[in-house]
Each structure stands twice: as C-alpha cells, then as structure tokens.
Write a protein that binds this ligand. Structure first.
Ligand code: SF4
Length: 273
C-alpha cells in the first residue's frame, strides 16, 4: 500500500471509521486481514443513521469506506443570527480587499505582536467555510491559516469527506496571533469580527463550520459549551452553521475525533441537501 493511502486509512480509523490499518506484507488494509474474523464495529453515537447512497464503497474509492456509512442524521435547529441583527458591514468589493484591509489593520492590541496577518485562504466561491479561533505560531510565520499539525489534521478530515482543501475557505475569528496562543479577548474579537463577517458575506457559503467554542461564540454571539452547541444546525444570517471541536483540541484529546467526525459528516450532508 502506498504511504498516502496508509495514512488516509489510519486517519479514518482514528476518526472512528471501520477501516483497519495493518502493517506488513501479508496483510490487507481494507477491512480485515486474510483469514481473520472481521473487526468489531465501533460504538456509534445514539443517533439515527443517514441513508447510504450507493452502498458502502465510494465509487472509485477502492479500499476506503464511504463517509456516509454510520453518519448521524442532520440534527434539528439551534440558534439563529438574523441578518438584520448585525451592524452594516464595510463595503469590500472582494476577498482581496478584505485581506488588504487586514494587512494594514491596527485595530486592536494583537497587531503589536504579529509577524504576518492571517486573513484566510481558499476558494472565493467555496460552498463550505471553516472558521477557527486565531493564528498560531506557524500561521503567524507563514501568513496562512491552519498550516501546522492542526492544519494537517483538518486537511485530512476534509479529504475524508471528499473535500480537497482547495475547494473550501478557511479563516479565523482574529487575523493576528494572540500572545502565547491565548484565547482572543472580547475587544479583540469585536475589533476583528467585521472582517470575518465581510468574508462570509462575500463568499456566501452554503454551510459554515465553527471550529471550537471561540469561533462559535464569535459567530453566534453566545457563550455556551460545545456540548450545548454541537449536534444542532444553527443559522448564521440564513446560512446553516455547525459547531465542532477545534483540530488543535483533537490533537490534545483524541477522544474528540469521533464526535468531530460526526459533526463534519453532518456539515457534508448539509452541503448536499
Ligand atoms: S486581530 Fe484583527 S482587529 Fe486586531 S489588529 Fe489584527 S486584523 Fe486588526
């Protein structure tokens, strides 16, 4: 098996999928080793299964499982942020104009410690926008969002639901790195939010995923735990919004990978809805 497929299958297994990664020349990567009983199916969250289109194997995806297998059904509604509840946005013609404004911004304390601003990147016509908290060290050095270990994990999760990173748009609530990667302060988030709102307005995605409680707090305007915000389809100015764990949190706590896998599959279904 080539290294790319081995890593993909390993991540599927870590995320709660049923693929098994077996090392060694006499073993198979798809399902079970020859001559051994099937591996037990992992416990599923007590949610209704989504219909499986086309059986378990993804067309053209030999050796992998369809992301729909075992995916939870789309949950019920959550919070609603109405369009007219937000103040009027600055009139940016496109995402490049937003990025240029961010580059010149000294709107909060975070400008003092930044190496580079990280406005966000991706497809300006993305159907899916993912919003994180703020840049970390690698992002601050490169000016790109989610490029460290957490970024690699996010890229893998997106690949697992059939979305190349180049098809989505990824950004953060604040565009400059908070010192010691602390959570942005309320005034910093308030100062930076117009840029995020402008990006979302310009892209007008079909689905938004908030990565972590800070992104959820910024977008939904409430301070609630992830347990309270997950497994609901919120509405951000008419756009479905799903809340899940931040990839950096998954690196610290692998037990959150399975719930995250469920959340992103809910988001993926909303894209197809
Ligand atoms: S974090 Fe946002 S508001 Fe603060 S200086 Fe950077 S771009 Fe401006």
């Amino acid at each position: 098996m080539d290294e790319l497929r081995r890593r993909y299958l390993k991540q599927q297994a870590e995320l709660g999928g049923r693929d098994v990664v077996l090392e060694g020349p006499t073993r198979q990567a798809h399902g079970v080793a020859r001559g051994t009983p099937p591996a037990p199916e992992p416990a599923e969250a007590p949610l209704q299964r989504a219909p499986v289109a086309g059986g378990e194997a993804r067309p053209g995806g030999a050796g992998t499982k369809d992301w729909r297998v075992g995916a939870p059904a789309i949950p019920g509604p959550g919070l609603t942020i109405a369009r007219d509840l937000l103040a009027a946005l600055p009139d940016y013609p496109d995402l490049a104009a937003v990025a240029a404004a961010v580059g010149d911004c000294r709107g909060c304390f975070l400008c003092q410690g930044r190496t580079k601003v990280v406005p966000g990147e991706g497809n300006p016509l993305a159907r899916l926008v993912l919003v994180g908290e703020g840049p970390g060290q690698t992002e601050d050095e490169t000016g790109r969002p989610f490029v460290g270990k957490a970024g690699e994990l996010l890229t893998g999760i997106l690949a697992a639901i059939g979305l190349p990173r180049s098809e989505v748009f990824i950004c953060n609530v604040v565009k400059c790195r908070p010192p010691q990667n602390r959570k942005p302060l309320p005034d910093e988030m308030a100062a930076c939010l117009p840029y995020l709102r402008a990006q979302l307005d310009l892209i007008n995605p079909k689905v938004i995923v908030a990565l972590g409680s800070t992104a959820a707090e910024a977008l939904l305007g409430v301070k609630k735990s992830l347990a309270e915000l997950r497994l609901k389809v919120h509405s951000y100015r008419g756009t479905p919004l799903v809340v899940t764990y931040h990839p950096a949190a998954l690196l610290r706590n692998p037990h959150w990978k399975k719930p995250t896998w469920d959340d992103v599959r809910i988001a993926r279904q909303l894209l197809d809805a």
